[in-house]
Ligand binder design. Structure first.
Ligand code: C2E
Ligand code: MG
Ligand code: MG
Length: 406
């Protein structure tokens, strides 16, 4: 750790510094995190045992760096306690266990509603930690935190027509050709700019909003599709996300038919993406609607495959035509043998079932080549393009070139 000398920082902390609590029984790690934390502008507090940890949590912390293994309290218990106390701090997990333990703890923390910012396997580099802490410091909106999205705000957004849809291309691994687009909703907020779905979809998918938001997105997606037909000569597929909560109106298939008919499109152009997790609450009505959409000739994609609680059961029960491998497996496949096996077997499974298989979150040429070699059909991800407004797809299509084979 020769770089450490350079990290010596003045001990005085200015009054309004954000607070970082480091929880680790190894004094060496605490010292390292303290130094790096100060370098990133934090006021740092240390806890080497449960009693110090509880004292540290008496004060509001901005960031907590937590080692999963402590002699008198384990990190999972701490995660549970933080969640129960409604902790708002951003959390960085550290662990000397194998990567799967760290990943499991990370998923648990997110699942319990904690604000997870990163997971660092030991030994970690000073650069990685510094990058994480600096990103925290520079995170947009730190001082102008957006208020939580409320039902009232969303209603206003719908009335004021503030939802917009961007399109992310999907291309063929074989020849790189443009085959599809996924419609992804955004909220063009008058004060906060473009808000991404992670912030408002949780509200938009509940009760009164599920159907109107989905209908609005479908309308915007169809309008964008028509625009791409005109400006880019596009003739591929349009994928639209449908939350399980919108699969409650048994007349949905007829409504969709009426809308696409009036635009001169056919059902074969449309893929509905459904996540199995979103189907959990209304399995019977949802199955009725999905079956009828399929009978009418629409395609159905099982989105985020592998992340729900019953991927295989959903696959067995519902008439999906496409399997969309979740990006967490796609991105981890290069370094993690378990993710690699999941991706390889998902591709194989889709093919045996006669389904199209698409990898989402393809970000590097290495991932592209690896997936292509395994016979995956379609790619979607930042390597190909970020989601774009409809008028920008034409320029993308002209510039796009798939990575060369090695
Ligand atoms: P999803 O349906 O799995 O959509 C893919 C998400 O992955 C998109 O995020 C997309 O921008 C992102 N993505 C694609 N390629 C990459 C990549 O290479 N790297 C990374 N890091 N991310 C990539 P987005 O637009 O923020 O949407 C997030 C989720 O919000 C969607 O996940 C979907 O579940 C939901 N969502 C988006 N639009 C709609 C909608 O119109 N209706 C409903 N019900 N849900 C929507
Ligand atoms: Mg999707
Ligand atoms: Mg997905």
């Amino acid at each position: 750790m020769s770089g450490l000398a350079a990290l010596n920082m003045p001990e005085e902390a200015p009054a309004a510094r954000p607070r970082l609590l480091v929880i680790d029984d190894e004094a060496g790690i605490r010292t390292l995190v303290r130094r790096v934390g100060r370098q990133a502008g934090f006021e740092v507090q240390e806890a080497g045992a449960a009693v110090e940890l509880r004292a540290g949590l008496q004060q509001a912390q901005d960031v907590i760096a937590l080692d999963l293994a402590m002699p008198d309290v384990d990190g999972i218990e701490v995660i549970r306690e933080l969640a129960q106390s409604g902790c708002k701090a951003r959390l960085i997990l550290i662990s000397g266990f194998d990567r799967r333990v760290l990943d499991t703890a990370a998923r648990l923390a997110t699942g319990l509603g904690l604000n997870l910012k990163g997971a660092l396997p030991k030994p970690f580099s000073v650069t990685d930690l510094l990058a994480l802490l600096r990103a925290e410091q520079q995170a947009p909106g730190r001082s102008t935190v957006r208020p939580e999205i409320t039902a009232g705000e969303l209603r206003r957004a719908l009335d004021a027509d503030e939802l917009v849809v961007h399109f992310q291309p999907q291309v063929d691994f074989g020849d790189g050709s443009w085959r599809g687009v996924e419609a992804l909703v955004r909220w063009q907020h008058p004060h906060y700019g473009l808000i991404h779905p992670a912030e408002f979809i949780p509200v938009a998918q509940t009760g009164e909003f599920a159907v109107p938001v989905t209908e609005r997105v479908l309308e915007l997606a169809l309008a964008g599709y028509s625009e791409m037909v005109e400006t880019a000569g596009y003739s591929g597929v349009l994928a639209v996300n449908i939350p399980g909560s919108a699969l409650s109106d048994v007349h949905l298939p007829e409504h969709v038919m009426a809308r696409i008919g009036s635009r001169g499109m056919t059902h074969r152009h449309i893929v509905f993406e459904v996540t199995e997790t979103s189907l959990a609450n209304q399995p019977t009505v949802a199955a009725d609607i999905l079956a009828r959409l399929r009978i009418k000739g629409f395609n159905l994609s099982i989105d985020d495959f592998g992340t729900g609680y019953s991927s295989l059961e959903s696959l067995h029960r519902l008439p999906f035509t496409e399997l969309k491998i979740d990006m967490q497996f796609v991105q981890a496949a290069e370094t993690d043998g378990v993710a690699r096996a999941i991706v390889e077997n998902s591709i194989e499974l889709a093919k045996q079932l006669g389904m199209k298989v698409i990898a989402e979150g393809v970000q590097t040429a290495g991932q592209w080549r690896w997936l292509k070699a395994r016979g995956c059909h379609l790619a979607q991800g930042f390597l190909v393009s970020r989601p774009l407004p409809a008028p920008d797809l034409h320029a993308w299509a002209i510039a796009w070139q798939p990575p060369a084979d090695e």
